[in-house]
Structure formats: structure tokens, C-alpha cells
Design a protein around this ligand. Structure first.
Ligand SMILES: NC(=O)c1ccc[n+]([C@@H]2O[C@H](COP(=O)([O-])OP(=O)(O)OC[C@H]3O[C@@H](n4cnc5c(N)ncnc54)[C@H](OP(=O)(O)O)[C@@H]3O)[C@@H](O)[C@H]2O)c1
Length: 241
């Protein structure tokens, strides 16, 4: 049966592939991002999809945008939050400007959108909330402290939402990708086990449909995370990871 779905951050990378695959499966999608031109390149289908220009850091506009999308779709079954920023940060750089943007898009925008969804779904006693977090939130690494912190915050927020909403029949999903080939990782060195955004979206949609709530993409990153989380802090700080 066709579902009604919001995808935030659907103009590029993982979010774009999630939105594309959902549209191709016949679902009705409301796609949000700042680059409306990119949203309009999403596949067309028989049902009317919505392409909405939106900046997630305009938090006060989120409840209104959420309500408008739900009204236009005629309800809502699922929401995906895929907006994210990972600035390149130098080894000795502490840029407040870059760091605040990462917190605003990765964490605060996520809270603004998913709180609106939680309010709607708890009333309906059904629904799915999916956040694209990252393995990067599992440990504080020297390379990009605030990107790590934003993803740790996002993962903790999603876990708390899950604990609150499970009793109401709502599935809250934390997705932790490893390394995915998207504009975000373009030009980075040392990438391993890279998969395409299309492959990542296929895995994510299959696992969400199978009822999974917390998983790595691809799954082998779960083992890496386990090892990384077990390393004591005094050793971890000596590693160049
Ligand atoms: N690629 C990886 O290896 C990887 C690994 C782990 C986790 N992730 C996470 O996966 C998510 C998607 O990343 P990606 O790799 O697909 O990156 P991407 O291709 O750069 O896509 C980022 C998306 O976020 C949107 N976005 C950024 N700032 C926004 C804002 N202010 N308002 C609204 N939307 C905004 C962009 O849309 P506009 O620019 O059009 O607004 C775009 O649709 C991110 O949260 C990222 O942290 C990625």
C-alpha cells in the first residue's frame, strides 16, 4: 500500500536516494531541502509528490512546514531526517562558525523536525521516525570534535524518543552509516568499505521495513564500533583515528 512520507535533506546523497527509491516504489513523498532545483530532479510518479525549499535551521518554521506537508499528503506514515553537514576541520582549527552550523543542522534541526513528528504520531498511535545519525557519534575523535558531538547528541536523542514512543506503537530508528559515497565524503582520503548512496538507501529501507531500530550501514561497521567503544580513553587518545 502506498505510504505518505516526509524526507528532510532529500536534495543529495543518502536522503536523495531514500526519497528516489520511495517515490519509485509508489509512495507519496514530501521532500525538503534548501536546493529546490535538486529536489525537482527526483523521479516523477503518478502520485503528487511535494518538493519544498526549506532550511532546517529556521526552527520556528518547522511546525508550520510539517503541518502543511501532512495536510497536503493527507496524513503521514513515516519521516526520514537526513539533513547533515560535515565541515572539513583542520587539526588545530576550532571554528565556532563551522561547529555551530554542524550542531544546528545535524542536531537542532533534527530535534525541531522529529519533535513535530513525535507529537503527531503519538496522537495517532502509529508511525515511523528515522534519523540518519553516524558511527562518528560513537566516540569523540580528534579529527572533527563537533561533528562527532552532533551525531552523539542525535543518537542519544533518537534513543530517548524510542524509549518514550515504543509504548505508543511508534518505531524510532537510529541509522549509523559508516562511509558512504556522497558529496559529503567527496575528496576525503582514507575512506574504506565505501558503498554508494543508492546501496545505503536500499539497506536502510529494507531494515526499516523489517522493523529494525538501531543499525549500522553496512552492517560490518557494528564490529568496528564495538572495538572502538571498548578502547580505554588513555589509549584512544594516542591513536590517530
Ligand atoms: N556520507 C557518509 O559517509 C555519511 C556517513 C555517516 C553519516 N552520514 C550522515 O548522513 C546524512 C546525509 O549525508 P550525505 O552523505 O548524504 O550528505 P550530502 O550528500 O551532503 O547531503 C546532505 C543533505 O543535507 C541537506 N542540508 C544541509 N544543510 C541543510 C539545511 N541548513 N537545511 C536543510 N537541509 C540541509 C542538504 O540539502 P541542501 O544543501 O539542498 O539544503 C542535503 O540534502 C548526514 O546527516 C550525514 O552526517 C553520512
Amino acid at each position: 500500500m502506498a505510504k505518505k512520507i516526509i524526507v528532510v535533506g532529500a536534495s543529495s546523497g543518502i536522503g536523495k536516494e531514500i526519497a528516489s527509491q520511495l517515490i519509485e516504489e509508489g509512495h507519496q513523498v514530501a521532500a525538503f531541502a534548501r536546493r529546490e532545483k535538486e529536489l525537482k530532479k527526483l523521479p516523477s510518479s503518478k502520485v503528487k509528490n511535494l518538493f519544498v525549499k526549506h532550511d532546517v535551521t529556521e526552527y520556528s518554521k518547522v511546525p508550520g512546514e510539517f503541518a502543511k506537508a501532512v495536510k497536503a499528503l493527507g496524513g503521514l506514515d513515516e519521516i526520514y531526517y537526513a539533513s547533515g553537514v560535515m565541515h572539513r576541520v583542520g587539526a588545530e582549527e576550532f571554528s565556532v562558525e563551522k561547529d555551530l552550523e554542524m550542531l544546528e543542522v545535524n542536531l537542532l534541526g533534527c530535534v525541531a523536525w522529529l519533535n513535530s513528528a513525535a507529537t503527531y504520531f503519538q496522537e495517532k498511535k502509529a508511525g515511523k521516525i528515522i534519523g540518519i545519525s553516524s558511527i562518528a557519534g560513537d566516540r569523540g575523535r580528534r579529527g572533527n570534535p563537533v561533528y562527532n558531538a552532533s551525531k552523539a547528541g542525535m543518537s542519544t536523542y533518537l534513543e530517548a524518543l524510542r524509549n518514550r514512543l515504543a509504548v505508543k506503537g511508534i518505531q524510532v530508528v537510529t541509522v549509523k552509516p559508516g562511509m558512504i559515497e556522497t558529496p559529503m565524503t567527496e575528496g576525503l582520503s582514507g575512506l574504506m568499505w565505501l558503498i554508494t548512496a543508492k546501496e545505503a538507501a536500499q539497506v536502510i529501507l529494507a531494515k526499516v521495513n523489517a522493523g529494525k531500530e538501531n543499525f549500522y550501514v553496512p552492517a560490518r561497521w557494528a564490529l568496528v564500533s564495538l572495538i572502538i567503544r571498548l578502547i580505554p580513553s588513555f589509549i584512544f587518545r594516542k591513536l590517530s583515528v
